[in-house]
Design a protein around this ligand. Structure first.
Ligand SMILES: *Cc1c(COP(=O)(O)O)cnc(C)c1O
Length: 435
């Protein structure tokens, strides 16, 4: 008879995960307004009132306490536009973290620059400032810093390095809507902050994104980049096009639909309260997990004055768990608790979705292939994090916090049967790829 639930034993308990996403009170009304309006996108004719996309962009700028916001189709397009707005292109190198979603590498490639993958700081799981500095060359044009899971990268150190070398910083806040660093919203410390509103994110319309900035020039470029180069008419007339063909940069179509913007206006009103609920639950869980031998919490840096929780993460001492990897432990923990536990993203040097050589747009020349080969980068901390870090989605923290006690109970139970864990690991499993 096995003890572990994943091998047929009795589970430690059951944590109910609330449904995510959760529509708010105004969603239906706002969506109906769009349906009836005759304007389903910013490139449709102007109506009497401002469109949802414009209203959301202003509301999100206000939320972030910054002057400008451009809404986008998704987080990936926001990143790509940010790089283009900053003038990143052919011959440039862009420093990105070795542990993140694949979009950080693919967007650098997409603007014809070279992604330079840099190792992470095990304390934050975000870019390690010292490794950033070591990776700078005369070709380095920008750093894309990602605030991963529930952390904020060491912005003070990274911004200091960037300033010293005159390099631009993009903050990818796809996972950190609303977090604060020394009192300021993340995304407002670098030149441009980007966000994703994809289904799993803290603020979502299924798909969506945004780019925020202080500079009116950058705003002007971002605005055009997402609307095929078009600008807004100075005095738009109802019934006529709001976007006009007057451009200084060539763009593409990365517009957010009016439907997405309507849902985001509804969701934005819920965000702070959801943050508070998650924060209370995370504090209870962290307190309980601190008692478990072989578990290390990921603490926020002292400058993080508001912490947000996208994926709750903790590290394991593998020796305390039969020396198995995080993927195996996640499998066991999921069966014990009913929560979908996942390891981190695979490190980018071995990420199954990062395959530049499959794109005909890049030259097959040997030198180009070498330059884009991710295996050249040395990412030992990202690899270690992948092997030792356990994560679960923030929706779990929106449920009944008292049920979270089951997680430390399950960890203690799992520790008693290392030989069962080892048996589990011997069975092959495919890589898991959370967004
Ligand atoms: C989700 C995510 C993206 C991509 O956003 P999409 O809206 O899915 O295009 C980029 N970076 C990070 C860190 C993300 O988590």
């Amino acid at each position: 008879m096995s003890i572990l639930a994943v091998l047929g034993g009795t589970p430690a308990g059951r944590v109910e995960t609330p449904r995510w996403p959760q529509p708010g009170p105004r969603a239906t009304e706002l969506l109906s307004e769009v349906l009836a309006s005759g304007r389903w996108t910013v490139s449709g004719p102007r109506q009497r009132d401002d469109g949802m996309e414009d209203r959301f962009a202003r509301a999100f700028a206000r939320f972030n306490e910054i002057a400008y916001c451009v809404a986008t189709a998704n987080g990936t397009s926001a990143l790509l536009m940010a790089l283009e707005a900053l003038g990143v292109g052919a011959g440039d190198e862009v420093i990105i973290p070795g542990l993140t979603w694949v979009a950080n590498a693919s967007t650098v490639l997409a603007v014809n620059a070279t992604p330079i993958m840099v190792d992470i700081d095990p304390e934050t799981l975000c870019l390690a400032p010292r490794s950033v500095e070591a990776a700078i060359t005369e070709r380095t044009k920008a750093i894309v810093v990602v605030h991963l899971y529930s952390s904020v990268a060491d912005l003070d150190a990274i911004l200091t390095i960037a300033e010293r070398h005159e390099i631009l910083v993009v903050e990818d806040c796809a996972q950190a809507h609303g977090a604060r660093w020394s009192g300021r919203r993340v995304g407002t410390l670098g030149a441009i902050g980007t966000f994703s509103m994809q289904q799993t994110k803290l603020l979502t319309a299924g798909e969506g994104g945004a780019a925020i900035c202080h500079s009116v020039d950058l705003y002007d470029r971002l605005f055009q980049l997402r609307a095929d180069g078009r600008r807004r008419a100075v005095a738009p007339v109802p019934g006529e096009m709001e976007l006009i063909m007057d451009s200084t940069v060539m763009g593409s179509n990365y517009c957010m639909s009016e439907f997405g913007a309507a849902v985001l206006l509804d969701q934005l009103a819920l965000l702070e309260e959801q943050h508070t609920t998650r924060d209370t639950a995370a504090a209870l869980l962290s307190q309980a997990l601190a008692e478990v031998l072989g578990v290390t919490l990921i603490a926020a840096l002292p400058q993080v004055t508001t912490r947000t929780w996208y994926y709750y993460t903790f590290r394991i001492d593998r020796q305390a768990f039969g020396d198995v990897d995080a993927a195996t432990l996640c499998q066991a923990l999921s069966a014990e608790t009913g929560i979908a536990f996942q390891p981190t993203y695979p490190p980018l040097d071995r990420h199954p979705l990062y395959q530049p050589h499959t794109k005909p747009r890049y030259s097959a020349e040997h030198a180009v292939r070498l330059r884009l080969d991710p295996r050249q980068f040395h990412l030992p901390e990202a690899v270690r994090a992948y092997e030792e870090t356990v994560t679960f989605h923030h929706s779990v923290l929106l449920g009944d916090a008292s049920e979270l006690e089951i997680i430390p109970d399950a960890l203690c139970k799992i520790q008693t049967v290392p030989e069962e864990l080892q048996r589990l690991q011997r069975e092959a499993r495919p890589l898991s790829n959370p967004t």
